[in-house]
Design a protein around this ligand. Structure first.
Ligand code: ATP
Ligand code: MG
Length: 187
């Protein structure tokens, strides 16, 4: 058996599966069928597990992936699965659109909220595009994103999920310097 082709086929299957799941999510969102299930849970362990899943991908690009220390016992009120989807997309994006340097995930405690942020030292987002990146299927430029796959649904789904938590997702970016996505959730 030719392992090269098996691996290719496997990768295509994974991509197709991801695309189908994104399309299902978007249609659920648009028909108002997305239901959230809120829980209180400890955020430190939760993020550690999510970030760990991305170590191999980050390592394959020689990027540092850092989760800054989070107070033990800090809890969030959120839908665990949906929040995981948001975090995974943000971390995956950060890795995809960064050639050298560091991806950092941090949680800053405020009064009643915690601010969660994913920042990178990557290619950044041009000012003209920044208002559009949360639209479905929007990708900054096909040439720069072609080789890294994706359909441009990730941020549209993330935005909706964060809004369903009564919050908003925000972005700051500097071309060729890096990008930060952040949002606040109830403690
Ligand atoms: P998908 O998430 O569906 O696999 P995608 O990553 O292209 O595909 P989104 O996650 O919605 O789609 O992101 C939309 C676009 O925003 C990306 O194509 C990219 O151009 C830009 N973008 C997102 N995150 C970053 C980032 N951290 N740095 C630079 N550009 C980004
Ligand atoms: Mg994405």
């Amino acid at each position: 058996v030719n392992l090269y082709f098996l691996e290719k086929a496997n990768n295509h299957t994974i991509n197709l599966n991801n695309l189908l799941n994104d399309l299902i999510d978007i249609s659920m969102i648009e028909t108002g069928e997305m239901r959230l299930s809120f829980r209180y849970f400890a955020i430190a362990e939760y993020l550690k597990d999510i970030v760990q899943e991305f170590f191999p991908l980050a390592e394959s690009k020689n990027l540092k992936l850092i989760l800054h220390p989070i107070r033990k016992g800090l809890k969030l009120y959120a839908d665990r699965e949906k929040l995981k989807q948001v975090m995974s997309n943000l971390i995956q994006n950060a890795i995809k659109y960064t050639e050298t340097g560091t991806i950092e995930i941090s949680v800053e405690e405020e009064d009643k909220y915690s601010k969660i942020s994913v920042s990178d030292s990557g290619i950044g987002i041009p000012e003209d595009d920044i208002d559009r990146i949360f639209e479905r299927f929007y990708r900054v430029d096909k040439a720069r994103s072609r080789d890294v796959g994706g359909t441009g649904l990730g941020l549209a789904i993330a935005k909706h999920i964060i809004e369903a938590h009564n919050s908003k997702i925000e972005v700051r970016s500097q071309l060729n310097k890096g990008t930060e996505f952040f949002f606040r959730l109830k403690k």
